[in-house]
Design a protein around this ligand. Structure first.
Ligand SMILES: [Zn+2]
Length: 189
């Protein structure tokens, strides 16, 4: 498995990560940057067999407009509805893409890459982390998540029963650079 982080480090949002094997290439998120100083991404770097969207925030899916309509886009079904609803308010037509819907905790396959979505608690409904498996390597991509929201039980259960044998962890760290802010720990009742 090869991994290229096109964008999303040293900044909040703009996330776009490529995971490749010899046969298959997928993008994890295709986000628009939140900062004008963010690096740009070449269109050829966005060529892939599929794009997998963690949640319907623009900094994770805003580049969908620039991708070919024939490119399969894997997303949660509620997340896709939220994308459409947002465009309605902006008076834009719904995206005409090759959408495919995954379901929480149900593995799907793109070429020789296995993807398992994990529902997470985030300010966007229908947000996911992903376990990516290929070439005997396991990568876990957290997407955006929080530990204090309506579905915080999802965070608690992942901390209490963490995934095993993960080779690479890509984790959002928005809160980790803020002073006097500790990384959240699990509340045990
Ligand atoms: Zn988000």
């Amino acid at each position: 498995m090869k991994l290229i982080i096109h964008r999303g480090t040293h900044e909040i949002g703009g996330t776009c990560i490529r995971v490749m094997t010899d046969r298959t290439s997928v993008l994890l998120d295709a986000g628009l940057p939140l900062s004008p100083e963010s690096r740009s991404i070449n269109q050829q770097d966005l060529e892939a067999d599929a794009v997998i969207i963690s949640h319907p925030h623009q900094d994770h899916c805003g580049l969908l407009d620039t991708l070919p309509d024939s490119l399969p886009v894997y997303i949660g079904e509620v997340g896709k509805c939220l994308l459409d609803a947002t465009r309605l308010f902006l008076r834009r037509q719904p995206l005409q893409k090759a959408f495919a819907y995954f379901r929480p905790w149900q593995q799907f396959v793109v070429g020789d890459i296995k993807i398992t979505p994990y529902l997470v608690d985030h300010s966007a409904a229908d947000a996911y982390a992903f376990l990516i498996e290929a070439d005997n390597t396991r990568l876990f991509y957290s997407g955006d998540f929080r530990a204090h929201g309506r579905k915080s039980i999802l965070f608690d259960s992942m901390v209490e029963r963490p995934l095993r044998d993960v080779d690479v962890l890509l984790m959002e760290g928005t809160m980790m650079q803020r002073e006097n802010n500790e990384f959240p720990t699990v509340n045990r009742h």
